[in-house]
Ligand binder design. Structure first.
Ligand code: TYD
Length: 358
């Protein structure tokens, strides 16, 4: 299991000022609509009055598709502000941390679930055994638990070390998920690669023996062995790759600063906090970071105190270069920012390698 050692208290991260709204990215909205559609088609079809639960349901971006079709649903979302948005749209949501006792309460009130989903949530929860036990309790004997998170194989292959930050307690692999959930009677029955968040994996789990196991599971496990994800030297090489990436990014920013170029950050992502502090980037390197999320604007980046400004600042007066911190949304952003490029702007990217691209 790849995990951070020092874990902040979840109550200090998921509260009424939670800064991330799932609905901010258009591509992610489409992705969650597809995710919901696959659950309806592959799991719920033909079931009488099914019931679905989403862990970490945020502003209801995924659950609204179930709500729209009158499917019984419940979101579990401890961050009050984002949960309020979902409730405002009629999506049933409770603001508590999920564990075995909450699972018991949910079963008492609604009966067991046919499907439990979680997207970019499981890797945030330090008490993995507590959640796994809760899932086991909440799930019907023929139900499924489907979750997706950034994938260790992609992080290592792309040197995307910025996936490592306070909220990401775990960076899962097929191997670690198989073993962690087996202890709770849950079997990995499918593992499906996703392009979201720079490379993710969707894991499908079911009570042991209840469903056929896809050949993809063994294939992915073999790929992980081939990639060396079970060997320490792979992570020593990863560390060296991170250091090389840092050196190149710092050199690139220094060279631009020496030429008097104006550089802004694009996307005040959580990931950027790791890059900025690991590379020692300061407001002298990057004047500001542009972000469309109101709650992040007019604040300072953690550690380096680079100002976060509304997107309108970026669009009003394009910088010479934009450091693409939201690289996981690169396609969507590059489609949108043709004006920046037409004005002579260039992107600085650092995943999978540091380079300047028009
Ligand atoms: P996110 O993808 O959640 O990354 P992380 O998990 O590392 O925080 O965050 C994307 C951020 O980028 C979010 O704050 C919104 C911002 N953003 C923009 O400012 N403009 C855009 O066009 C997009 C797609 C995102």
């Amino acid at each position: 299991m790849f995990q951070i050692v020092e874990q902040p208290d979840p109550a200090r991260m998921f509260h009424d000022q939670y800064a991330f709204y799932s609905s901010t990215s258009r591509n992610m909205q489409a992705h969650f609509e597809q995710f919901a559609g696959s659950v309806m088609n592959d799991v719920l079809a033909g079931l009488l009055n099914p019931f679905v639960v989403e862990l970490g349901s945020n502003d209801g971006t995924m659950l609204r598709h179930f709500h729209k079709r009158g499917i019984r649903h419940l979101g579990v979302e401890p961050s009050q502000n984002v949960a309020d948005v979902a409730r405002g749209n009629g999506i049933n949501t409770i603001s508590k941390f999920f564990n075995e006792s909450l699972a018991q309460e949910i079963v008492a009130d609604n009966g067991p679930a046919d499907a439990i989903m979680a997207a970019n949530v499981m890797c945030h929860i330090p008490d993995l055994p507590g959640v796994a036990a809760g899932v086991r309790r909440l799930l019907k004997p023929d139900g499924v638990f489907i979750f997706e998170d950034p994938y260790l194989g992609d992080m290592v292959a792309k040197t995307s070390y910025d996936q490592i930050y306070d909220e990401h307690v775990f960076i899962f692999s097929v191997n670690s998920v198989t073993r962690a959930f087996a202890m709770h009677g849950l079997e990995l029955v499918d593992a499906i690669q996703q392009v979201t968040h720079g490379g993710s994996m969707r894991y499908v789990l079911a009570p042991k023996g209840s469903r056929a196991v896809s050949s993809r599971v063994a294939e992915q496990l073999a790929k992980e062995r081939e990639q060396g994800l079970d060997r320490a030297e792979t992570y020593l090489r990863f560390k060296q790759n991170c250091e090389t990436s840092r050196t190149l990014l710092v050199q690139t920013l220094d060279a631009l600063s020496n030429k008097g170029k104006r550089v802004a950050g694009y996307g005040a992502t959580s990931k950027s906090t790791t890059v900025i502090n690991y590379c020692g980037i300061t407001p002298a390197d990057i004047a500001y970071i542009s972000d469309t999320t109101p709650i992040k604007q007019h604040k300072l980046s953690p550690g380096a105190h680079i100002p976060v400004k509304p997107y309108s600042e970026f669009a009003r007066d394009y910088p010479d270069y934009a450091l693409l911190f939201a690289w996981n949304h690169a396609n969507e952003i590059r489609e949108k920012e043709t004006g920046f490029i037409a004005a002579g702007g260039n992107w600085i990217v650092y995943v999978p390698e540091v380079k300047i691209v028009p």
